[in-house]
Design a protein around this ligand. Structure first.
Ligand SMILES: [Zn+2]
Length: 193
């Protein structure tokens, strides 16, 4: 059964947010949707266009979340939470009230809060010595003197390395020190702000 068919069955062939039964489409929920039904909702084109363009949100349309937020499907709760939060920041006090009434499991809440704005994953497996996530382009500081093998110099503790690149190995990043691009172990780094 295709993803769309699965969702059609789950959603009873209607938009899982507002109940509309025409112009339905699959919306994969950011930031890191796989192709499973657990990370997708069936939505109508009205819902979809407003999900994708926050500035066009029609508050009245989203009164439907009053019902959708109680559906026993995690991904629908996550979408309801995100949309209600968005309406809340747009000044809709009824939405604020509903968000406060919602109860999401910890995992779902974390998911709901993760970057709905740009749809990009804001996480990586690379962590600095304090366990802070490192991303491409971050700046880091060395927390100890490091012998740079093959380059014949010591990268001093406190040296800042700007614009790092993540590598395939979560324990390593690449950065430029003394004009030389070197591999650094994340356990000897601290993320700079
Ligand atoms: Zn809809």
């Amino acid at each position: 059964m295709s993803l769309e068919q699965t969702l059609m069955q789950r959603g009873d062939s209607a938009c899982e947010l507002c109940g509309e039964s025409s112009n339905l489409d699959v919306y994969k929920v950011p930031p890191t949707p796989d192709d499973s039904a657990e990370q997708a909702v069936l939505v109508c084109d009205t819902c979809l266009s407003q999900i994708e363009a926050p500035e066009t949100m029609d508050a009245n349309h989203w009164r439907c979340l009053n019902d959708a937020m109680w559906k026993p499907v995690d991904v629908i709760q996550v979408m309801s939470w995100r949309l209600l939060s968005r309406l809340s920041t747009q000044g809709e006090s009824w939405a604020t009230d509903l968000v406060e009434m919602m109860y999401l499991e910890d995992d779902s809440l974390e998911w709901a809060k993760s970057t709905e704005s740009d749809g990009e994953a804001v996480t990586s497996d690379h962590k600095d010595s304090n366990g802070t996530t490192l991303l491409d382009g971050d700046s880091v500081t060395l927390i100890k003197d490091l012998e740079v093998k093959g380059a014949n110099f010591t990268a001093k503790r406190g040296t800042m390395v700007k614009n790092i690149s993540l590598t395939d190995n979560p324990e390593q990043i690449e950065g430029r020190v003394n004009g030389t691009r070197i591999v650094l172990l994340t356990k000897f780094l601290k993320k700079s702000n």
